[in-house]
Design a protein around this ligand. Structure first.
Ligand code: GRF
Length: 192
């Protein structure tokens, strides 16, 4: 990954589909002097994503793309990314799978946060699967995005103990708390 040149921050887009806790946190992080990225664009696949409200409040450019035709949609997203000079993409609760072609165009500069200790529990319902399997630990992972779902090179991970009274809700809450620390840490690791 290219080094941060001078004080210029790397223009970054965040892709969301939901609440946007990670988005909010990354925006907060991006405003610190020592942070290597600036958040210049938010992309969502649904206008129901609560994170969009936050983007609007903070006047961060945002756009909703309907993924009915992925080829056309990705072409339009790429056009917008180019126009906004975006060089780095963080997926944060983005529920669509990007095509191989799209990923290739942003080779090595798309990262994702996933609520499990990858390579365990790729895909959905990670907390339920960990509890049902009576795992002792859950966690979260930040990884590069490649053509295979949740399979790119791991940048960093955080392990969390699962207690006997944990439910999917309590575990999700604990994991999210750690995600909010892990995502900025992963970005610092990449650019340092
Ligand atoms: C997080 O648990 C993240 O790991 C997963 O989706 C959730 C996003 O939450 N990919 P939010 O939209 O950032 O609140």
């Amino acid at each position: 990954m290219e080094k941060l040149i001078g004080l210029k921050k790397i223009k970054t887009a965040i892709f969301i589909s939901g609440t946007g806790n990670n988005l909010k946190n990354l925006v907060k992080f991006s405003k610190k002097i020592e942070t290597p990225i600036s958040i210049n664009l938010v992309i969502s696949n649904t206008n129901k994503a609560k994170g969009l409200l936050f983007a609007n409040q903070l006047k961060i450019k945002n756009k909703v793309f309907n993924f009915q035709n992925i080829t056309i949609t990705e072409k339009n997203i790429l056009k917008l990314l180019k126009k906004e000079k975006i060089k780095f993409i963080c997926l944060a609760g983005f529920m669509k799978i990007l095509s191989k072609g799209f990923i290739k165009k942003f080779n090595g500069t798309i990262i994702n946060i996933h609520p499990s200790l990858l390579p365990k529990y790729k895909g959905l319902n990670t907390h339920l699967r960990a509890i049902e399997n009576k795992d002792k630990f859950a966690g979260c992972t930040v990884h590069y995005v490649n053509a295979k779902l949740d399979s790119g090179k791991i940048i960093t991970q955080k392990k969390i103990k699962i207690t006997s009274n944990d439910t999917t809700t309590s575990l999700a809450k604990k994991v999210l708390e750690e995600e909010l620390k892990l995502y900025p840490a992963a970005i610092m690791k990449i650019f340092n």
